[in-house]
Design a protein around this ligand. Structure first.
Ligand code: AMP
Length: 550
């Protein structure tokens, strides 16, 4: 294997059915972690991978696992459980299964998998295990319970063991279960540990599980390269930011899944209530709500149930190694670790655009937000609205990203002729003012009540009927601001002439009205090009001919 040359999936000796599934996912080339890990795993090596969510690590272990199962199938006499994939939360298990599902789409009869992480009676899952699926995905505790109950035997059949987010396995308190579980596994089977950090806990897990492993500590840049991630900025004060946001979204100048970042939770609701008046549905990712609710919101966003999420930074919850001063705080650290783990694993997928409505307060926050897009090898864009007060922060970020390379310019200027948007401004002003502090407070209260209701009353029901959970949307209107029906529509006369063709107004002046009515279920032709986020951001206002080269 050549060390230097970037390889592609076709050079990895993968089964055609896997290659077809990869092509269907639209993945052109392997990510760095995939490029390095897949060949090693196919060779049969034990591997310890340090990789963050977003690096493509799930497929890095899932692809070789599926390939190996297909290989084994050619000679296997019986159906047996061949791979056990452990992850510290049921949300993560669910996400891993999603990736396996996509990758086995062309060989779903040959490679079967089961997720036994959901907390239902063991007897409910037993029939699934009796079928001896090729891959079992579970938390360590659930796997142990089933093994102890005699619902699955792994000692003789298991060939592959994967532990994802290994650093969290300990902090979630699975250490004992893990050790216990090991006694039910074969002495020798190929093992893979994936972890965001290589903590002492991971090292002890490594000693317990891996034999002569290869450790992959890939040096990943903080931000995706410029070829993959474009940074735009636009100078505007608060009210103009609101007008521009409304125009961009309502005229579908921004397409694809979008995260709008602001600096406080209250502001999240302000934006939601503001956009609600234009019938632009959004979901708020409230960092103060329990992790399970946030994960559900993000999952639905990932599934495409809604396209816009408004979020504030969640730094405190996401730092895995939080410092603790004394023993009395240990308990809360554990809780927070659990929270952090849930939100770490469950991540935004296929985000085309990040909009910084408020400019982040420091460089780390900028990197963190920007890192929500351009995941894997996908393209992405960040558009930052910058007020005069925020300009020094922008300069700081730019200097930091440039790292001394004075000749390059990180931020492209996003041209937007606000003076041609007077009517938008007029409407925006009204709608922005209508969102009072009281309306925000009421909205927050209302949402908490809604979520508590969803959580408690329906918990058991949804555990039994997981598909019904899909209907529980998080982007519904909160209605604490009076809705004026006419605002939902964009009359043709307020759209500047240069934008008419972009916005779907034909020469004859006939507008495809539906393109403007962003009802909760409608999709416009402009949303079809979701997969190409750069297209969405290349629009340079009304100076189309004057393309900026940066
Ligand atoms: P992960 O780190 O496994 O959570 O993956 C992060 C995101 O990258 C997911 O949305 C994957 O669908 C995506 N992804 C994984 N591998 C690739 C690839 N080779 N090309 C493009 N996207 C990928």
């Amino acid at each position: 294997m050549s060390e230097e040359k970037p390889c592609n999936f076709h050079e990895m000796e993968l089964d055609d059915r896997i290659l077809k599934a990869i092509a269907k996912l639209g993945w052109q080339t392997p990510t760095l972690i995939q490029e390095k890990a897949i060949p090693l795993l196919l060779e049969g090596k034990d591997v310890l991978v340090r990789a963050r969510t977003g690096s493509g690590k799930t497929a890095a272990f899932a692809i070789p696992v599926i390939q190996k199962i297909l290989n084994l199938k050619q000679t296997a006499a019986h159906q047996e459980i061949k791979a056990l994939i452990l992850a510290p939360s049921k949300e993560l298990c669910h996400q891993i299964c999603g990736v396996i599902k996509d990758l086995t789409i062309k060989c779903s009869r040959e490679v079967r998998y089961v997720d036994i992480a959901p907390q239902v009676e063991l007897s409910v899952q037993k029939p699934l295990l009796v079928e001896k699926p090729d891959i079992v995905v579970a938390t360590p505790a659930r796997a142990l319970k089933h093994v102890k109950a005699g619902n699955m035997t792994l000692k003789t059949s298991l060939e592959l063991l994967v532990i994802d987010e290994a650093d969290l396995v300990f902090s979630f308190g699975y250490e004992d279960e893990m050790k216990d579980l090991m006694t039910f596994l074969p002495k020798i089977c190929q093992a893979i540990l994936a972890s965001a950090t290589l903590s002492e806990d991971v090292k002890s897990l490594k000693n317990l599980i891996l034999h002569n492993p290869v450790t992959l500590k890939l040096k990943e840049p903080d931000l995706a390269p410029a070829s993959q991630l474009t940074h735009y900025h636009l100078y505007a004060e608060e009210m103009d930011k609101a007008t521009i946001l409304y125009a961009l979204l309502k005229l579908h100048l921004i397409r694809g899944k979008t995260i709008i970042f602001v600096n406080t939770v209250d502001k999240c609701y302000k934006i939601k209530l503001y956009l609600e008046q234009f019938a632009i549905p959004t979901c708020v990712l409230n960092s103060e709500l329990p992790a399970a609710i946030r994960c559900h919101s993000v999952n639905q966003f990932n599934q495409g149930i809604y396209d816009i999420i408004v979020a504030s930074d969640e730094k405190a919850l996401e730092e895995p190694g939080m410092k603790i001063q004394d023993d009395s705080k240990k308990k809360s650290k554990r809780r927070k670790d659990k929270e952090s783990g849930v939100s770490r694993g469950i991540d935004f997928q296929c985000v085309a655009n990040v909009i910084n409505f408020d400019f982040p307060l420091d460089i780390q926050a900028y990197i963190h937000r920007a890192g929500r897009t351009a995941r894997g090898n996908n393209q992405g864009s960040v558009l930052s609205f910058v007020s005069m007060k925020e300009k020094p922060l922008l300069d700081k970020v730019e200097n930091k990203i440039k790292q001394g390379q004075e000749d390059i310019s990180v931020f492209k200027s996003y041209q937007f002729k606000l003076e041609e948007m007077e009517s938008f401004r007029y409407r925006a002003k009204d709608a922005w003012r209508a969102v009072t502090k009281i309306a925000v407070r009421e909205a927050r209260l209302k949402e908490i009540k809604q979520e508590i209701f969803n959580c408690q009353k329906l918990k058991t029901y949804f555990e039994d009927n997981p598909t019904d959970l899909q209907v529980l949307r998080h982007d519904k209107a909160l209605h604490t601001v009076r809705i004026q029906q006419h605002l939902a529509d964009v009359p043709e006369y307020i759209v500047p002439p240069t934008l008419k063709s972009l916005a779907g107004i034909t020469k004859r002046g006939k507008r495809k009205r539906d393109h403007y009515k962003t009802s909760e279920s409608s999709t416009s032709k402009f949303q079809v090009k979701k997969s190409n986020p750069l297209l969405t951001m290349q629009f340079e206002g009304f100076n189309k001919k004057k393309k900026k080269n940066t």
